[in-house]
Design a binder for this molecule. Structure first.
Ligand code: 8X3
Length: 249
C-alpha cells in the first residue's frame, strides 16, 4: 500500500509519515524542504520516498507526480496535509499577501494534487483521500478570516468529493484539528515571533501531532464499507465560545 503525504517535512506530516511507516506501509513524503525530507528518509529507511515538490506550483506538482513509477505511482491514500495559517489580524488590517499565500497553499495546492491523483484512483476504483481541515473551517474566531475560510473550502470540497465519488469505492475524510502544539504552525502564523507563538500553548494541554497521525491511521484502517466524512478533534482544554454581543454604552 502506498501512502502519499503532503507537507511531510514537519508537524502533522512528519508524524503521519512515521506512523504509517511503523504500521508497515510505503510512504511518499512530499514537501519543499529537501534537507528535512532527507533527515526523515535517514530515520525511516527505504519504505520512505522523499518527493521534493512545491504544492502551490502546478508545474512542480505535475512534474513530481509524473516522476513516480511502479508501485510508488499507485497511490492508495492521499493525505492533503500541506497548509498554513498566517497572522491573526482582523480583516481590515490583515496583510493581503498573507491571504494570497493561504489561498494558494490551503486551497489551490490541495486541488492541484487532488486533481492529479484522483483520476488514477477512479480508474482503479480504489483509494482514500484524507484532507486536513481545521476547526477554524466550522467555527469562526477573531483573526481567523481567510485561514478559517480556506479550511471551510477544504471541508466542503471533501464533502463534495464524496458526492462526485458516489458509486465508487473511494473514501474521503476531513480531519478537523483544534489547538495542536509541538509543530511549526504557530511559529509560521506569527512569523518567527517565538514569544507570541509560545503564548498560544502556555498552560494548555494541547493536541500533539501524534494524535492527528493516530487518527489518520485509524481512519485508513477502518473497514472499506465505512466512511467517516468529517472528524473534529479538540484538546479537552479547548471548547466553544458564546456569541459576541456588543452593547450600546
Ligand atoms: C488551527 C486550529 O485551534 O488554532 O487549525 O484554530 S486552531
Amino acid at each position: 500500500m502506498t501512502i502519499f503525504i503532503t507537507g511531510a517535512s514537519a508537524g502533522f506530516g512528519a508524524a503521519m509519515c512515521r506512523r504509517f511507516i511503523h504500521a508497515g506501509y510505503r510512504v511518499i513524503g512530499a514537501a519543499r524542504r529537501a534537507d528535512k525530507l532527507a533527515d526523515l528518509q535517514n530515520e525511516l529507511g527505504n519504505s520512505f520516498l522523499p518527493l521534493v515538490m512545491d504544492a502551490t506550483d502546478k508545474n512542480s506538482v505535475d512534474t513530481a507526480l509524473s516522476n513516480l513509477h511502479g508501485e510508488w505511482a499507485e497511490i492508495d491514500l492521499l493525505v492533503n496535509n500541506a497548509g498554513l495559517a498566517l497572522g491573526l489580524a482582523p480583516s481590515q488590517e490583515a496583510d493581503f499577501a498573507d491571504w494570497e499565500t493561504m489561498i494558494h497553499t490551503n486551497i489551490l495546492g490541495l486541488v492541484y494534487i487532488t486533481r492529479q491523483i484522483l483520476p488514477r484512483m477512479v480508474a482503479r476504483n480504489a483509494g482514500y483521500i484524507i484532507n486536513i481541515g481545521s476547526i477554524a473551517g466550522t467555527w469562526p474566531y477573531r483573526g481567523g478570516n481567510v485561514y478559517g475560510a480556506s479550511k471551510a473550502f477544504v471541508r466542503q470540497f471533501s464533502l463534495n468529493l464524496r458526492t462526485d465519488l458516489a458509486g465508487t469505492k473511494i473514501r474521503v475524510s476531513n480531519i478537523e484539528p483544534g489547538l495542536c502544539g509541538d509543530t511549526e504552525f504557530s511559529q509560521i502564523r506569527f512569523k518567527g515571533n517565538t514569544e507570541q507563538a509560545a503564548a498560544v500553548y502556555q498552560n494548555v494541554d494541547y493536541l500533539r501531532p501524534e494524535d492527528i497521525a493516530d487518527t489518520a491511521l485509524w481512519l485508513y484502517q477502518t473497514p472499506p464499507h465505512m466512511n467517516v466524512n468529517t472528524i473534529e478533534i479538540m484538546p479537552v482544554a479547548q471548547s466553544y465560545a458564546g456569541m459576541n454581543v456588543c452593547r450600546n454604552e
